[in-house]
Design a protein around this ligand. Structure first.
Ligand SMILES: [Zn+2]
Ligand SMILES: [Zn+2]
Length: 354
C-alpha cells in the first residue's frame, strides 16, 4: 500500500509500505476513508520528544497519523462489536485492552504502558503503525473503535478520534460546571473544541486566548470572547475585579502559557493542561500554591469520552464546525504537513483522503 512515512524530522514521504496484517485476534483492518494531522504529529516532525521517544535521534520508519476513520475490511476472530462493511472511527490512543483502566476507556493510564510494555498512540513509532495510509490495523477494536452513528459527519467523526475528545477532557478535568467563567489558552483545533465543550457544559462565559487572528476569530461563532495573549491577564483581571476566573484550560502546554493559566485562575480555581509539555519546560508552582489552584495535567482516554460526547454532538450542543479548513489527497501529505506546520493560509485542520 501507499502511506505517509516518517523518514526523520521534517521528512514525511508518501511511499510504499507493507500492508497491515492482523497480528492479534482482537484487531481488525480498515480501508482508510479520511484521516487528519494532529498537532501532536508535529512533535516527531519537529524532532521533539513525546514520552520515551526522542525524534531528534534516528528511529525506525513508521506510518504517521492517529486521527482516522474508515471501512472495516477484515476482522480478527475475537472481535465482537464490528463487522466487515461497518464505517468506524478509531481512538487515537492505544492501551493493552486488558487492564482495569483500558476496560473503562482510559487507555491513557494503561498499566502496560506504565510498565513500558506497549506504545501509547498510533503513528508515533514503528510499534504502532499510524493511519495516514490506505489500510490500517485497529488494535483492541471492541474497546478502541466505534461504529459511526447516522447523522455524524466525517468531520465530526474525525474530531471524535482525538481533538474534540481532548478538548472535552480539558473541560472535565478543569471541572467546568454550569455558570462557570472559563479561559481557554490556544485556539488550535483542541482549544477551539475545549471552548465549544465548555459552553456545552454550561459555562456562562468563555475567554479564548490566541495570538493568530484567524484562529482567534473562530470561537466568536459560539459566543466566546477572543483575546490576544498580552491582553488576557489585564482584561480578565479587570472584568473580574481582580478575582480571576473559575477554570482555565491550557491547550498549548508551554511554561509561559501554564504560568498565564495560573495567573488567570481565581483563588481555589482549576487549571487543566492539555498541550504536550516538553521535558525542558520549567516553572515555579509558587503562585499556584498561594492561590490554592488545582492543576491537572494529562493525556485523554479518548473512548472513555465517547459516551458523554456523542449525545452532545448528535443533539447539536457541540457542532465542531469550521475546524477543517483544508483538504488534500494523501499523496500530497508532505505538502499538507508543511501547510499545517506553517499555520499560513488560515489553516486550522487538514482532512486527507487516501
Ligand atoms: Zn492527537
Ligand atoms: Zn491497559
Amino acid at each position: 500500500m501507499k502511506a505517509l512515512v516518517f523518514n526523520g524530522p521534517g521528512q514525511i514521504i508518501y511511499e510504499d509500505f507493507p500492508d497491515p496484517k492482523i497480528d492479534d485476534d482482537r484487531n481488525l483492518i480498515i480501508q482508510v476513508k479520511k484521516c487528519s494531522i494532529c498537532g501532536s504529529d508535529l512533535h516527531p516532525y519537529h524532532g521533539d520528544k513525546i514520552g520515551r521517544a526522542d525524534y531528534s535521534k534516528p528511529v525506525e520508519k513508521f506510518c504517521t497519523g492517529h486521527e482516522i476513520i474508515g471501512e472495516v475490511v477484515e476482522i480478527g476472530k475475537a472481535v465482537r462489536n464490528h463487522k466487515v462493511g461497518d464505517n468506524i472511527l478509531i481512538e487515537g490512543g492505544v492501551g493493552c485492552g486488558d487492564c482495569v483502566n483500558c476496560r473503562k476507556g482510559s487507555a491513557n493510564i494503561c498499566t502496560a504502558y506504565a510498565q513500558g510494555r506497549i506504545g501509547t498512540a498510533y503513528g508515533l513509532s514503528a510499534k504502532l503503525q499510524g493511519g495516514h495510509s490506505e489500510y490500517f490495523q485497529v488494535h483492541n477494536a471492541d474497546l478502541g473503535a466505534m461504529k459511526i452513528p447516522a447523522g455524524i459527519s466525517d468531520e465530526q467523526a474525525i474530531l471524535l478520534t482525538d481533538a474534540l475528545a481532548t478538548g472535552y477532557y480539558g473541560v472535565k478535568t478543569a471541572r467546568v460546571k454550569a455558570g462557570d467563567v472559563v479561559g481557554v489558552i490556544g485556539q488550535g483545533p483542541v482549544g477551539l473544541m475545549a471552548a465549544e465543550s465548555a459552553y456545552a457544559a454550561g459555562a456562562s462565559k468563555v475567554y479564548t486566548i490566541e495570538p493568530n487572528e484567524a484562529r482567534r476569530e473562530k470561537s466568536k461563532r459560539f459566543g466566546a470572547i477572543p483575546l490576544e495573549p498580552e491582553m488576557a491577564v489585564p482584561t480578565i483581571l479587570e472584568d473580574t475585579k481582580r478575582l480571576g476566573i473559575d477554570a482555565v484550560i491550557d491547550a498549548v502546554g508551554k511554561a509561559t502559557t501554564i504560568k498565564q493559566a495560573i495567573k488567570l485562575a481565581k483563588f481555589g480555581g482549576r487549571v487543566s493542561i492539555l498541550g504536550i509539555i516538553q521535558p525542558e519546560a520549567t516553572l515555579s508552582l509558587y503562585y499556584a500554591q498561594m492561590k490554592s489552584v488545582t492543576i491537572h495535567a494529562g493525556i485523554v482516554g479518548i473512548s472513555g469520552m465517547w459516551t458523554e460526547l456523542l449525545p452532545l454532538v448528535q443533539h447539536g450542543k457541540i457542532k465542531g464546525e469550521n475546524v477543517f479548513t483544508h483538504h488534500f489527497d494523501l499523496k500530497d501529505g508532505a505538502e499538507a504537513y508543511r501547510v499545517f506546520e506553517s499555520q499560513d493560509d488560515g489553516v486550522m485542520k487538514i482532512m486527507m483522503t487516501p
